[in-house]
Design a protein around this ligand. Sequence first.
Ligand code: GLN
Length: 546
Amino acid sequence: MADTKYIFVTGGVSSSLGKGIIAASLAKLLQARGYRVTIQKLDPYINVDPGTLNPYEHGECYVTDDGAETDLDLGHYERFLNVKTSQANNVTTGRIYQSVIEKERRGEFLGKTVQVVPHITNEIKERIQILGNSGDYDIVLTEIGGTVGDIESLPYIEAVRQLKWELGDDNALVIHLTLIPFLSAAGELKTKPTQHSVKTLMESGIKADILVCRTEHDLNVDLREKLALFCNVRKEAVIQSIDASTIYDVPNLMLEEGLDTITLQKLKLPDDTEPVLTRWNEFLRRHKNPKAEVRIGLIGKYVELQDSYKSILEAFIHAGAENEVRVKVEPIHSEFISQKVIDTKVSKMDALLVAPGFGERGIEGKIRAVQYAREHKIPFLGICLGMQMAVIEYARNVVKLDKANSTEMQADTEIPVIDLMEEQKDITHKGGTMRLGSWDCELAPDSIVSRVYGTNQISERHRHRYEFNNAYKQQLEEAGMRITGTNPKTNLAEIIELPDHPWFVGVQYHPEYKSTVASPHPLFVAFVAAAVKYSQSGSSDNMAPQ
Ligand code: GLN
């Protein structure tokens, strides 16, 4: 057990400082030195997982291969490390309590009073060590959600204190991320909030080993020395994290600051290797030197909140770099797609993506955008709900089934071209009951997708309850729509294409979850390439199908 080293990342002063990015960046540097690394997020809220949370509350819900609905930070971990995460990588207070209460009901505590310490803290410690004990990793980074001093975080901080004490200082390390605000009136960076937050951590019995300081201005030597002295860390352990133009710069910034070196020294691990970041830096070079720009309309109902479509936005960054173009994503609110919005915005795009989503709000706007893409031969990608809307649009406007709808939007629709999956019909619990995680899909030969993937067997991640209704398959196919991807076991339609359109693809799954820096998703890469072609020709009529 002591072979695995543990790094805990806590946050102070303010939320949204980017603990996930710091954790992912450090993990990247350690991985680039040859260590096997994984990252875990502990979330102090009482929801069992974020699956039931509104995107306005929590941003995107990220889905892992094994079907866990998780925090969007896990997306950053996968995108940075190119290593799969799983259910074990995201733990919430809800899940901890659920498990402890189930154990209590089974009589596992042998009549003892069940308490926060030791029962809840033991459960937290177990969850942290599951990854370490797997033998798959040399180093496990655990990010503690929330801000030090929050009531909700206390059991986690206590669990970290105990673990650090049990494992010893050579095997466990605490990195505390704080904010150094700049007071423009005084023209000064202020260390006091950081001092207070380190003190709060101390009150819980934890001494921070490394301070990572978010700042808008460079920290000079005096300030670093002051922070070191007052916060009880070595001077080299005061790491500046200055605002970056892209999150993908953060690993290199942390490398310059020596975060990986000081981490390895403290964990008594060899630090004489150089991180190999060739692929990463090649991606950065392409990302920062685009040869052209394409504008892609992102049609969704949560577009005002960037975090709602995090993985889609990041997948465009990866695919843009791969194509050496800048992808300018233009958010278009699906609830307000009027003729004016079509004329002034939708029609100006080089490609249109209709986003995933739930419920009725904004769907007519999505359908209108699909229609525009189809009729004007603009490259189109529909994801999950976006694919379902493409089916409804085709049924209504091409097959002339005017009343076609999804039973999600209209339970008693006469023409349910999208319907609740059979296995969903008796489900009443909302949490964790969708069709989740990786499912196989077989691709039709001579389709866009089989060319794009370069294989006929794929596996992609899902999160849905409704599906293409095969009762309408023949009618839709006779009218020209092609089902080019199906689940081999259930025959569920996974992908639709329109052969008389240069690039029109709808997918029931979420390709965005699997796009990483080292492995940009082929569907996004091809979609961006189609947008490039469209922008160059002025219309996709001249585009040779790829
Ligand atoms: N609401 C749709 C369903 O449940 C689509 C879900 C999604 O876009 N993730 O099937």
